[in-house]
Design a protein around this ligand. Sequence first.
Ligand SMILES: Nc1ncnc2c1ncn2[C@@H]1O[C@H](COP(=O)(O)OP(=O)(O)OP(=O)(O)O)[C@@H](O)[C@H]1O
Ligand SMILES: [Mg+2]
Length: 306
Amino acid sequence: MIEIHNIHKAFGDKKVLDGVSGVFETGKTNLLLGASGTGKSVLLKCIVGLIKPDLGSVTFDGTYFTNNKLDIRQEIRRKIGMLFQSSALFDSMTVEKNVEFPLKMLTDMNKEERMERVNFCLKRVGLEGSNKKMPAELSGGMKKRVGIARAIAPHCTYLFCDEPNSGLDPQTALKIDELIKEITEEYNITTIIVTHDMNSVIEIGDKIFFLHEGKKLWEGTRDEIMDSNIKELNEFIFANRLMRDAKKVEEEEREEEEERQHNGQLSASQGKEKAPSEETVETQDEPQPENPEGPAATTQTGKDKV
Ligand SMILES: Nc1ncnc2c1ncn2[C@@H]1O[C@H](COP(=O)(O)OP(=O)(O)OP(=O)(O)O)[C@@H](O)[C@H]1O
Ligand SMILES: [Mg+2]
């Protein structure tokens, strides 16, 4: 679990982050959502320590990170895997060397162990046998996969992805999203993904943090996001026509469901009303001297029960 508390960051007199707090849970895909220029990447960099916040703190599984001693910060950094927006592969290295790189830097594995881990990670992202390819030979989606393999290679506990599916076609983007979610759940890591893609929100948004002008305006799940009363969030979501249509369908379905329930209750209550009167009909045949008010009184009792 990663906790951030009251993060502030300004560049000169430009305030970018204005007191952002939140908890990112383990085993979940946590999304930082927001319009361009709203401070998502700066917040991500503050969390991983690439940018020092002016104020506020970041805690990784209870260990204070910001301003802590160098060796403690380095220990946490070792557990961080990062997928950069551009994949940021080393162009002059093969796929295998790219994935091996953090193992050389961060672990004391020998060559054989490193190769075993490289092959395991490449297989996990669906790139088995691509070891000797150069980045220039890969498609955008394949590059992202290599980036993910490299990020998870040193057994990361925390995975950060900045716009992991930007520049990809919708199907490949979905596959990358699904892969990140699967890895998050399989290895029970804490994942934070920066995105402005509503498809990602719908597909993998376990928890979403909506940033607007450097503030967190809303947080919640993908099931809740369409029903927020936050004007800025609604403007962001429903700028997309598909989302507007989805909302319309959702509202129509809800209305239909309410109508069904209403009709169901109505017929149930009519049924209950009917039952005693049937009883009444049956008992009408029998002499009932002990009921001086007759069948109507029995029916009224039935109604009272409803
Ligand atoms: N190193 C920096 N120096 C000065 N200003 C910066 C720096 N990094 C970011 N900014 C500014 O901070 C603001 C937020 O930038 P950030 O990269 O976090 O936006 P974003 O939400 O990630 O946008 P996008 O979706 O376009 O990637 C921008 O106005 C940007 O110009
Ligand atoms: Mg960004």
